[in-house]
Design a protein around this ligand. Sequence first.
Ligand SMILES: CC(C)(COP(=O)(O)OP(=O)(O)OC[C@H]1O[C@@H](n2cnc3c(N)ncnc32)[C@H](O)[C@@H]1OP(=O)(O)O)[C@@H](O)C(=O)NCCC(=O)NCCS
Length: 173
Amino acid sequence: MADATQGRTVAESQSETTHAILPRDSNVLGTLFGGKLMQFIDLVGAMAAIRHARTYVVTASMDHLDFVSPVRVGELLILKASVNRAFKTSMEVGVRAMVEDIREGTLRHVSTAYLTFVAMDASKQRVEVPPVVPETGHQKRRYDDALRRREMRAGETQRKRESRAGAPPVWSL
Ligand SMILES: CC(C)(COP(=O)(O)OP(=O)(O)OC[C@H]1O[C@@H](n2cnc3c(N)ncnc32)[C@H](O)[C@@H]1OP(=O)(O)O)[C@@H](O)C(=O)NCCC(=O)NCCS
């Protein structure tokens, strides 16, 4: 296991969940609710971030999400999460959602998401996280891409903050 001051490998925190999709998870067309998929994505992403940071985390953002293909009741949904890169107190986590075709033994792509988690201690104070040590070619590409996405997010967050600054602090109903 890598020394935390030197960083942690991607493999050390990779996380996976499998969900059998039940009628209670579905809409009237018998396919998984988009919001339920977002919940599953958030949860598996948080697992990877917690394993990397070894402390509590909160979700700061989830980037744009496309639902590429529907997930039907009775299908098995598999989610895989990896910490792409750690910054100071935040980490970008990539989550890939797939459906397993049990008879064919193949996987169908459902969605890909990028989330940012911020590490916190028990007093809800932000804490620094160890760096990510990418090992494979894929991990190195994702590590580089994560910095580009962070720069785009920072611009977007700044624009939203400026727009909120002009809005009333409390909305009336
Ligand atoms: C996320 C949160 C901790 C950021 O706190 P903040 O005081 O705005 O902190 P800062 O602007 O100094 O940013 C702290 C870190 O978060 C990152 N960050 C903040 N807002 C972000 C956003 N919208 N998207 C991605 N990263 C973000 C910053 O880049 C920074 O990362 P770094 O330390 O690695 O450089 C705070 O907004 C919060 O607690 N939000 C609610 C979280 C929550 O409850 N999530 C569950 C959903 S209800």
